[in-house]
Design a protein around this ligand. Structure first.
Ligand SMILES: C[S@@+](CC[C@H](N)C(=O)[O-])C[C@H]1O[C@@H](n2cnc3c(N)ncnc32)[C@H](O)[C@@H]1O
Length: 359
């Protein structure tokens, strides 16, 4: 190799090593961000009128000072928190609080950061799957359902009435009047609970495979005194309703199915003739080359490998993965019997797309 080529190669290697160093620090900060969210440290910092010492922050948060100080070390050197060495005080700038605190609602990136830690918990099992095949089942994912519910509470539940329902012509009026609604893969049921509260004349059902999430949702319905919503443990591959629902929803729950084609056919059959299927799924192309430059693509393929794809493969399923993408999704919807499919994106949401499908 000529001397100039060698130099260019060394520059490229240095630049790439720098990028990987950034990835390492980014991953570390994501884990610390998850901890900051779970312990309420960001909220406590934002609530303080003045910068705080590590002792003051630990006291305010009811946490151990030594841990808080080390966390602040990561936050300071990661340029999330400002530090004044003269006074030993730390400050969370307002602009950072706006994306790291509960006050930020759906914009709180501390919520999504928790996925990194949840997924890290199954790394050994995933490595084993790389060698042996198969998958890691839902039961192995610890806090997954809790984090998922927190995440979708921001991205979906909060957006339902202002942004998502209006995507379906006349749907809000039908809900006001009284219709029958089913949510497949309802998780902890927050979407159905919110709609049941908002539309007392309509009836809502949530199906999920997981007994724990269904029990959680049932308890929430009881606690809120909502008589127009019910939750049932059900494998949606097996439900056999015919023309029974006016609206069926699926929030982030099709691509990790073991048998997504069967589930889509079941949904199509269960919808009344003039019914609507509203599906939220990931904003991505089915072709990896089209996802280069997507601001969340590495995160999405990681979630897929470590969760969405593997939970499907654990059931000998299709393993579509998080980035099955709009091309394949539309094809499968049409094969399931939907003649009209529109794909909508929302301005504030770079992660999801909303499919409105009718028969
Ligand atoms: C990614 S989570 C989404 C949960 C919820 N829709 C939300 O947005 O928070 C996917 C859900 O689908 C459920 N699920 C997966 N396969 C299922 C099946 N065959 N029948 C019913 N639920 C299923 C899982 O238990 C999980 O709660």
């Amino acid at each position: 190799m000529c001397a100039q080529c060698e130099m260019l190669n060394a520059d490229a290697t240095d630049a790439f090593a720098g990028k990987m160093l950034g990835a390492l620090n980014g991953a570390a900060l994501a884990m610390m961000t998850s901890i900051g969210h779970r312990t309420g440290l960001f909220d406590a910092m934002a609530a303080s009128d003045t910068p705080v010492t590590s002792q003051e922050l630990a006291f305010k948060s009811g946490l151990q000072e030594r841990y808080v100080r080390e966390w602040l070390g990561a936050m300071t050197t990661g340029e999330i928190v400002d530090y004044d060495a003269e006074t030993s005080r730390y400050d969370l700038p307002e602009a950072h609080a706006a994306v790291l605190t509960r006050e930020a609602g759906a914009g709180n990136m501390g919520i999504a950061a928790q996925f990194i830690s949840v997924l890290g918990g199954v790394e050994d099992k995933i490595v084993n799957c790389f060698h042996q095949g198969g998958g890691v089942p839902y039961e192995e994912f610890g806090r997954f359902h809790e984090v998922m519910a927190e995440e979708s509470n921001g991205t979906v539940v909060g957006g339902l009435r202002p942004h998502i329902l209006p995507l379906c012509d006349g749907l809000e009026a039908r809900l006001e009047k009284g219709i029958s609604v089913l949510d497949v893969g309802c998780g902890r049921g927050r979407a159905m609970l919110a709609l049941a509260d908002a539309y007392p004349a309509s009836h809502f059902t949530g199906y999920d495979l997981c007994a724990e999430t269904v029990a959680y949702a049932q308890e929430q319905a009881r606690a809120r005194g909502l008589a127009n919503v019910r939750f049932e443990q059900m494998d949606v591959t097996r439900f056999d309703a015919v023309e029974s629902f006016d609206l069926i929803t699926a929030f982030d729950s099709i691509h990790d199915q073991a048998a997504p084609a069967t589930v889509l056919s079941n949904i199509s059959r269960a919808l009344k003739k003039d019914g609507v299927f509203l599906m939220q799924d990931i904003s991505a192309s089915s072709e990896v080359q089209n996802n280069i430059g997507h601001p969340l693509a590495p995160f999405l393929y990681t979630i897929s490998t470590m969760h969405c794809m593997t939970v499907s493969l654990a059931q000998d399923g299709a393993g579509l993965g998080t980035c099955w993408g709009r091309e394949l999704a539309e094809k499968m919807l049409r094969e399931a019997g939907f003649t009209s499919v529109t794909i909508n994106s929302l301005e504030h949401d770079i992660m999801n797309e909303f499919y409105v499908a009718t028969k």
